[in-house]
Design a protein around this ligand. Sequence first.
Ligand code: GAL
Length: 900
Amino acid sequence: MWFSNGLTNACGLAFLGALLLSVVDAKPMPKEGGRDRISINTGWRFYRSEYNTDKLAYDLSRNDYANRTDLTVLKPWILPSANDFIADPAARHRRPSGEPTIGIPFVRSSYDDTEWETVDLPHDWAIKGPFYVGDNVPVGGGMGRLPVHGIGWYRRKVEMTKADEGRSIYLDIDGAMSYSIVWLNGHLVGGWPYGYSSYRLDLTPYLKLGDDNLLAIRVDNPGNSSRWYPGGGIYRNAWLTKTSPTHVGQWGTFITSRSVSKSSAVLDLAVQVENAGETSQKLSVVTDVYILDSATGEARTKVASFPRQTITVAAGHKVSVNASTTVKKPALWGPPPSQSPNMHVAVTRLYNRNNDIVDTYLTDFGIRSVVYDADHGLLVNGERIRIQGVNGHHDLGALGAAFNVRAAERQLEVLQELGCNALRVSHNPPAPELLDLADRMGILIYDEAFDGWQLSKNPNDFHLIFDDWSEADLRAMVRRDRNHPSVIIWSIGNEVGEQTTGDSGAAVARRLRQIVRSEDETRPVTASMNAARPNMPFPGELDLISLNYQGEGIRDTGPYAGLPGISTPPLYLPFHDAFPDKLIVSSETAATVSTRGTYFFPITNWTSAPANYTVGSGGNDTLLQVSDYGLYTAPFGSSPDKVFVAQDNASFVSGEFVWSGWDYIGEPTPYYAARSSYFGIIDLAGFKKDRFYQYQARWRPDHPVAHILPHWTWGADRVGEVTPVHVFSNGDQAELWVNGKSQGRLRRESESVYRFRWDNVTYQPGEVRVVTYRNGKQWASDRVVTAGVPVALRLRADRSAIAGDGLDLSFLTATVVDSKGNVVPQADNEITFTVSGRGGGEIVATDNGDPRDFTSFASRTRKAFSGLALGIVRANRKGDITVTASAPGLARAVVKLTAN
Ligand code: GAL
């Protein structure tokens, strides 16, 4: 059994000013000093070239650089950026003396970049397209058919004021895709290759007084480097952090809790203080703990203080201090609906000899206990919480990889509506703000570092830098994320090839696990396994068993017989027997594929079948669509019906992460001619596929669900044809009527039947209605009718008031309706979104969830897909915004928004 009383953090310095002012019980304080965190997202100049005409390279290990003798290799200057994250002093890197000789003038202040594009961060250079369609293209379906490859240069001036003299000034980049290299005033500062890591570089030695400091950042994004859409460019936030020379180090606090109960909890704190100055400093370290109002970012009541400690930090050194305190009646953090995600903030202050505050550092964290019980699953604060999770890649659909808080929040909101309480950030550390959202919303996070180790999955993927960077990337992830209460599991890898290489692969796992454990002993370390078996050495190295597809079995039932690839019987029990002390979680289940609102006939009689390329097996390789009955899967996958049964037979399993929650760009199995995935329970635009209701029925047992599929608007060719009707419900009986005629009342034959199916219904236009029952009482109902021809559009905004800050978003759904307001389910009218009004409204992107729609995401005109299209609006200032959706021949629709 695995215990963690850990809890957690994030240094939310952004709210520092507001927070300090709002501390309710604040006493008159000594002069606050120290720290500024300044966004440098705006006003960058940007230039991309498809090839490295600048003649620079991190190194020559990429397959396309093999014969390049003309490139200047910069790796020796980049490696030292990892030094703070390499434990063995002997393994740290020494910077070569002098600067590398480079020909390109982009790093010099004098270079005239006025011809370059002006961009703000977060920025994804590829998302607007155009899409590459067809074969033999630079970027194929796997990486989303968008121009992610190439070299990007970003240039911007940064200011050093008189008041900054003598301070330490750092560049903090939350994520840049990929192989970042940074120059300031022509000096190569450092860099970081892995595009999903957050990194810090010290700009202090190269800054000069004034605003003429030229920051130049080069990113290099290789083709064939990813199994999904990576995005391109500086796609997360960028900051300047200015501190006193003596300050709390990068991610320099760690707060854990133990002996957690309703009446009290013990908090343990470690603070790392760094002295970048030239004289030794004697300091007092004081940390107070407040309740955090996570909606406003304000600190409320003070609930505890750590004892003051006095330390001396020699020039150029770091010193860690530890302290403990007790919180009485702690407001615990836990996932809704049964618990509340209460947050705390620790305010750490460093005082100098004169009792002035030289640094103030905030750590958001939560108090909770987690037990990882091999027989009873996950216990949060003593309560069993079934992991009802999904996997998610980092793109935000039509907005691409460029991180946006509201877009991420919307993804999580729709997932919570589904009943989802957990997210696996497959297969890389997320944007830091995603974890802030998860903390605030109470979503459990499976935080993952890598998709591969030394063995490659793609020619230019992480294996090229694994040996040099895996330790640094892992430590960076854990140090950044370990204070977040939402994070409950560390993963060192997804389906790595080393799973099945015996002792050598196990040795790599051991090394990586030890690295994580040396940074955080409170959480289990795992790696997801689709191929390692219970008798292999690999799973023995892990703290918990994380299975991809093997729990429910892979290619083990009739319709999958004969498919190429491994066949595995359900392995929950064999793993449980082999590792009776280790909790089991399914880190990937299902891999069901479908396109929203699409149905092909006949359907399979099985409850799970592979979607292959012939009509009748769920797919249509001309249309590049897969039927939405939710019965068809990737060749190694299983329908939800099959997964649920396997889990019902293994009550010790802690839960699952479905592949996937939302559709994502790239990996369009089974049709690589398309642009985006078919795996989502929710499509790329955020619209619900039918199986949304199948999961909701299981995951929210007390929320009445009844959902009919398919739609009931078919052409003359279907009249009289067998058109199976399926219903998802958490009732125990269901009766279906077609045009008033009962098709029979079905009883859930056993607990393990996850749909009501009337497979012999013949189509007649009209109405289909279902009523479901639970314990003899009416429980839920649904109805679909045959729609008429399209006559109008309907437009709905997810939020009618947004901030006029150029960041906040409203998501508008346009629906094609008939004269009675019914959705026309196969409508594909071309819809144009326009905005007017004083709020500076802008259509940022559109989508419809169709994986083979190659219209640019930036287009304001978008065909409806299965009756729906999405417009995403942002406001650049305060005022009203009128959004209009129009389509030839249809009555248009208007929605009014306010930007505050
Ligand atoms: C898994 C893999 C995921 C995704 C999924 C669906 O094997 O870990 O990244 O590729 O299959 O294809």
